[in-house]
Design a protein around this ligand. Structure first.
Ligand code: ATP
Ligand code: MG
Length: 470
């Protein structure tokens, strides 16, 4: 009897049975492997299907062409061919022997004819279980099933060997701690502490992809803590270990690292928001000062935004992610500067500066409260509650999400009879400031303002404004 959770293996409508048939007829072996087998046993939903075969990449592609909607050669150098059929994504990889990635830009792979060799080269025992589609027997030479049962991550070969073959596996170790809630076996984690530096040969793009999965993991905070404790963070995110400093001499607060990781865990698991949580206090070590009123971190959000941009760029994050995350870091203290309550103009300015990031910014500010003092915690929450109410209130009265002056630059130039130039920028800026400070005003009032300004500038009086529809 096949357990219900493994039904997908035999369903004639799903890739495993269909591909087994296809490869079997062609005289090739086919195994379900890696994350698919692991997740099936853990009863986690399968995102995609990973297969391994003795067929070489060209042959895999030929066979898949006859079955799939699209076929693409993702990692032809690694022997991987991907395909999509009826919304299912499959990846079929030729059995591998060794993968040399010493210089990550020139990966080299040698193929093998048996599944056992392939499994020994995989990253962790729980990812090194194959399931034969012929007889549904698991092939588990490294004790992966028992590690799955106990939630342990260990390498199939000696960790020193596995990690020197591909140092990215050290980061994957903690990534899987975060996503699966498993724990790295002591010896495996110990090897990371010894060999962390080897991560430096790995390309920024591969590190970025693992970090991106790690920060949105259910156990991200704990996993990141272990990335720091093992020393690995030093080699790709040195700003993080730098946060493990005392926040003040009286230890009234947690250290900044513990606080940061707690904030990460409180935010929803979305990449931009989680990265902002991770980086929000990154400017503190550089701005820390001890004064008579205790410790201060003046402008740490400004310094932090700059450090954030630099690090995320170095890790090759897309420009939009870099811009959004560093903007959130830059703005994360804004609500605290407005303790006095929210004037209309403060609300407009906040909404304008946050732009589309407003929901993330509010969430970051709410989550950035890890104090044990319930009164202080409540004070911050009610400040954000009040802000959100004020935003809703003001939005009902006026368009505040895209603030503009009542007339545009062309109208100004037409009225004054001047061409484009810094002059025009100046008056446009003044009109926008007025809109923020005072709220909506009419086209007529805008022209009157332009006229007064022009006269003060020594520009000839343009006369009464044109008669325009408001
Ligand atoms: P996820 O559910 O996050 O996709 P996964 O286990 O499927 O997890 P992938 O990165 O998709 O992870 O890789 C698929 C399989 O390929 C892994 O389960 C593992 O067996 C193998 N693998 C991937 N990367 C490596 C690596 N760097 N070294 C060794 N084996 C790897
Ligand atoms: Mg996968």
């Amino acid at each position: 009897m096949i357990p219900k959770r493994l039904d997908f293996l035999v369903s004639p409508d799903l890739p495993p049975a269909q591909l087994h048939q296809l490869f079997d007829v062609a005289g090739h072996q086919l195994f379900l492997v890696g994350g698919s087998v692991r997740d099936a046993f853990l009863e986690r939903p399968l995102e995609d299907y990973d297969f391994a075969t003795d067929a070489r990449p060209d042959r895999i592609a030929e066979l898949l062409e006859t079955w799939a909607d699209v076929v693409y050669r993702v990692g032809a150098t690694f022997g991987t061919v991907a395909a999509r059929k009826n919304g299912h994504v499959v990846e079929v990889t030729t059995f591998r022997n060794e993968v040399y990635r010493d210089d990550s830009r020139k990966p080299q792979v040698t193929f093998s004819d048996d599944i056992e060799t392939d499994l020994a080269r995989r990253d962790f025992t729980v990812n090194a279980i194959a399931l034969s589609l012929m007889d549904m027997e698991p092939i588990d030479p490294h004790g992966g099933l028992s590690d799955l049962a106990t939630g342990v991550l260990r390498t199939p070969l000696d960790p020193e060997i596995s990690f020197s073959e591909d140092p990215l596996r050290m980061l994957r170790l903690f990534r899987f701690e975060g996503t699966l809630g498993f724990t790295g076996e002591a010896r495996t984690v110990g090897a990371v502490a010894e060999m962390g530096e080897r991560l430096e040969i790995v390309s920024a793009e591969r590190i970025r992809d693992e970090l991106s999965k790690l920060v949105v993991a259910p156990d991200a905070g704990k996993a990141l803590d272990r990335v720091v404790a093992s020393g690995l963070a030093t080699y790709f995110l040195p700003e993080l270990p730098a946060l493990a400093m005392e926040q003040d001499p009286h230890q009234r607060h947690k250290d900044v690292l513990a606080h940061t990781l707690a904030v990460v865990d409180k935010t929803r698991p979305e990449l931009v928001l989680r990265l902002a949580a991770l980086f929000h206090d990154i400017g503190k070590p550089d701005t820390r000062q001890f004064g008579k009123d205790g410790v201060s971190f003046h402008h740490h959000e400004v310094v932090g935004a700059r450090l954030t941009r630099r690090r995320l760029k170095a890790l090759r994050f897309p420009g939009e992610v870099v811009a959004d995350v560093s903007r959130l870091v830059f703005l994360h203290l804004r609500p605290h500067t407005l303790k006095m309550g929210w004037t209309d103009s403060a609300v407009r300015r906040y909404v304008r500066d946050a732009g589309e990031l407003l929901p993330y910014l509010n969430e970051l500010v709410r989550c950035d409260v890890t104090t044990a003092n319930p009164r202080r915690a409540r004070a911050v929450q009610s400040r954000i509650d009040e802000l959100e109410e004020r935003i809703a209130e003001l939005s009902a009265k006026e368009e505040i999400s895209r603030l503009r002056a009542p007339i545009d630059g062309n109208q100004v130039m037409g009225y004054l009879g001047i061409g484009p130039g810094p002059n025009v920028g100046d008056i446009m800026g003044l009109m926008l400031e007025r809109r923020i400070d005072e709220g909506p005003y009419s086209v007529g009032e805008a022209y009157a303002m332009v006229r007064d300004w022009a006269i003060a500038q020594g520009i000839p009086d343009p006369g009464p404004p044109p008669d325009e529809e408001e």
